[in-house]
Design a binder for this molecule. Structure first.
Ligand code: EPU
Length: 336
């Protein structure tokens, strides 16, 4: 266990925001987590973070920030075709994905290089290139903050939807801490190539392997998305809005080249990046906060930005998109 007091959060958020925390504790086991939850000497409120890749700190955090370093991995079930592994919340998701590919456990390849920890993947329902992690989660194991009792939620109970789970609802947020995630993976590699650019890149490779698919994804991501070690950012800043078909058709009639995805017969998902670009924000800055020149959905810290600089930019973009398309964008990033 590692207890730090009055420290800079710079190493704990990928946006590179230099705010402080009154207390930050990294724990290695469920027992340590239980001790922390039961000890009122740790200042409240508590905030659990992962790798800080989806957070925007707006001021000093007065309270205790918790971070998991639980790095266990055990096989809990398997047959000829599938394997279920129980993975500690503190694993780095991409390290886990690489481990899976080496072991011959398939399904998560398309999520390669997404920043963040295993615990956060189950809360956030991370997704990329036609795959969402919930397709492979069979159970999520948690500890209740209030009484330290363990709870297990099966996939249906997690209430998964696009970038959403029960753990993000007002009733649950901050009440449950994910300690382990069960992933059900396939022993046969079946590439998922519904995302257009992936399909065309993969078609160039004879006998596509999971490693090769991972390489393609790593290549696409590194070309489009800024490396947080170089330029502070939190990946996609906004969620892609899902709008009623009528509203979508109205926008489409004026913008026939607009990209979109059908969610169901009544709802259409429109890429926020496209709308932001149409509003002229791609590559533009407002003070030390900017819009990435290669992916308009990513806001970046040009150096020395404070949380409110990013919020100013965020609000200007929301206003412009609202005015032009009548759609309100919602941040995917959590403001703290
Ligand atoms: N587009 C633009 N301008 C841009 C970028 C994209 O017009 O600057 C258009 C593209 O032409 C494309 C569409 O928008 O038709 C979608 O773009 P892209 O495939 O890059 O994906 P996205 O919808 O912007 C989502 C996820 C990403 C994930 C990609 C790939 C969300 C909020 N974001 O982005 O996830 O990597 O799809 O599957 O759903 C993240 O969550 O941090 C993240 C990076």
């Amino acid at each position: 266990m590692n207890v730090l007091r009055n420290i800079s959060l710079l190493p704990y958020n990928t946006f590179g925001i230099d705010e402080e925390a009154e207390c930050l504790v990294e724990y290695d086991t469920i027992e340590e987590l239980g001790d922390i939850l039961g000890d009122t000497a740790y200042p409240r409120p508590l905030l659990h973070i992962g790798d800080g890749s989806n957070l925007l700190f707006l001021k000093k955090y007065e309270g205790t920030i918790l971070k998991s370093r639980i790095k266990t991995l055990e096989v809990v079930d398997q047959d000829e075709k599938h394997i279920t592994v129980r993975v500690g919340s503190g694993w780095d998701m991409d390290t886990f994905i690489q481990h899976c590919i080496r072991q011959g456990w398939y399904g998560l390849e398309n999520l390669s290089l997404i920043p963040g920890q295993v615990g956060a993947s189950a809360v956030q329902n991370i997704g990329a290139y036609g795959v969402e992690v919930c397709e492979h989660i069979s159970a999520v194991h948690c500890i209740a903050v209030e009484d330290r009792v363990g709870h297990t939620y099966d996939n249906a109970e997690c209430g998964y939807a696009y970038r959403h789970s029960i753990f993000k609802t007002p009733d649950m947020r901050g009440r449950m801490i994910v300690t382990h995630v069960d992933y059900r993976l396939s022993k046969t590699f079946e590439p998922r190539l519904s995302y257009g650019p992936l399909k065309s890149a993969a078609s160039q490779i004879p006998n596509l392997t999971a490693e090769a698919l991972r390489d393609i994804i790593v290549d696409i991501r590194t070309r489009k998305l800024p490396d947080p070690k170089v330029t502070g950012n939190a990946g996609s800043f906004f969620m892609n809005p899902i709008v009623p078909r009528e509203h979508f058709e109205h926008i489409l009639s004026a913008n026939p080249a607009m990209p979109y995805y059908e969610v169901d017969s009544d709802h259409i998902k429109i890429p926020a990046a496209w709308m932001i670009e149409q509003c002229g924000w791609k590559g533009r800055s407002l003070g030390p906060a900017g819009v990435h020149p290669h992916q308009a959905l990513v806001l970046v810290n040009n150096g020395g930005a404070k949380g409110h600089d990013i919020v100013n930019l965020c609000n200007s973009i929301i206003d412009d998109v609202q005015q032009r398309f009548g759609i309100t964008l919602h941040p995917e990033v959590n403001f703290i």
